[in-house]
Design a protein around this ligand. Structure first.
Ligand SMILES: Nc1nc2c(c(=O)[nH]1)N[C@H]1C(S)=C(S)[C@@H](COP(=O)(O)O)O[C@H]1N2
Ligand SMILES: [Mo]
Length: 382
């Protein structure tokens, strides 16, 4: 069972939690600061978006993102799904097509998992920097339903359709479309994928896909189809807008001076970190906190660079509690000199994937908008 973790609970310490893939862990918070004696420094690089709900990094303190700070993205507007009448269809290349009410789904064995949801556009502009959040999701493993239906020989792709629809222009003609994304059968059979009906212990809110949405831990938000109404197994690749025309990445690879271009669909999360909350303590020290996340590959380290100095490892806060959840890292800068300083962090996973700098080829040769996982330098003034 997973309990909600509030900052207060963390300071009290010893909150036990467990996620699908983690043995139960208990932890005690690090230093217990008197919040009154510390000042939070502003984050001028993040343009505030009062009209849009998002994480404001300067104030980040909750490992579990409160719903009121959780971003929402919808391309075709909000769908209005009647949870009483609507049935989830599982059809296509299956032996036993399924037609399930929400009650049927809720009657099945559910699991709860903590996972970080990030929009792949997050970080692509200064006004879209907080489109990420971490919370717990409850639902039924997709795999159990796919097994129940039984995928027929030749089925290679599982398509997930939302109730939201619009017309899409293709070569000057308009065509009706539902929002849809797909997963290869092999990916879809991963036990971590859920058909979720609860977020943070409450029924899914309409803007987050009520009554049912897909949870694909370790993948960008575009794969987490909301207002899910239909699942279809195909014998061919699905090529809808959000799979093949939009939410694509064009990246060049330098082969001895010759650039090879590659266009791929946005899929798994890239290693990312950001210096979030920075506080000046009563004793003059700076408490620097960074958040970091990956596609589920464990982080080897998160490093901090101050004013162009050396990369220095930060300390893992014990809030690293679940494989697909973000983790918080700390660094105590003792006696920082007055003036302006630059702080930048980078995450490195155990496979050696390092978060690139803005100037690195990984970012400079990425010609499209999504997957902007470059390091985020942050200026502070003391
Ligand atoms: N049906 C449907 N599902 C969708 C979308 C959408 O427009 N329609 N947007 C996707 C995108 S781009 C993201 S980032 C996530 C955002 O999930 P949230 O709104 O719960 O934060 O939902 C995904 N699922
Ligand atoms: Mo997104």
């Amino acid at each position: 069972m997973i309990q909600p973790i509030t900052r207060r609970a963390m300071i009290r310490g010893s909150v036990a939690t467990a996620a699908m893939f983690c043995a139960p862990l208990s932890f005690t918070a690090l230093a217990v600061e008197d919040p009154a004696s510390e000042t939070v420094l502003p984050f001028p690089e993040q343009i505030p978006t009062p009209s849009r709900t998002m994480i404001q990094w300067a104030g980040l303190s909750e490992w579990m993102t409160p719903l009121k700070d959780f971003f929402a993205v919808s391309h075709y507007g909000m769908a209005n799904v009647d949870a009483e009448k609507r049935r989830l269809q599982l059809s296509g290349l299956v032996h036993e097509p399924l037609r399930l009410s929400l009650a049927d789904i809720k009657a099945r064995k559910s699991v709860e998992t903590v996972a970080t949801l990030e929009c792949s556009g997050n970080g692509a502009s200064t006004s879209f920097m907080g489109a990420v959040g971490n919370t717990r999701w409850r639902g039924v493993p997709l795999r159990s339903l796919l097994r129940e239906a039984g995928i027929k020989t030749g089925g290679i792709e599982v398509v997930f359709y939302g109730a939201d629809e619009k017309t899409e222009k293709i070569k000057d003609h308009d065509y009706p479309q539902h929002f849809a994304r797909s997963l290869a059968v092999e990916d879809a059979m991963d036990e971590r994928i859920l058909l979720a009906y609860e977020m943070d212990g409450k029924p899914l809110a309409p803007e987050h896909g009520a009554p049912l949405r897909l949870i694909v831990p370790g993948w960008y938000g575009i794969a987490w189809v909301k207002w899910l109404t239909r699942i279809e197994v195909l014998d061919r690749r699905f090529m809808g807008r959000f799979m093949a025309r939009d939410y694509v990445t064009i990246r060049g690879e330098d082969d001895h001076g010759e650039i090879n271009w590659r266009e791929t669909s946005v899929t798994k999360l890239n290693v990312k970190s950001i210096v979030a909350r920075v506080v000046r303590r009563a004793n003059g020290n700076l408490g620097i906190m960074a958040a970091a996340w990956t596609d589920g590959t464990p982080l080897k380290t998160v490093e901090l660079k101050i004013d162009g100095g050396n990369w220095t490892p930060m300390a893992l806060d014990r809030r690293q509690l679940a494989k697909y959840a973000w983790s918080f890292w700390n660094y105590e800068w003792r006696n920082p000199p007055p003036g302006e300083h630059t702080l930048v962090s980078r995450g490195i996973d155990v496979h050696g994937n390092a978060q690139p700098a803005f100037e690195d080829p990984a970012i400079q040769l990425k010609k499209t908008y999504y997957e902007a996982n470059q390091q985020v330098p942050r200026t502070i003034k003391i």
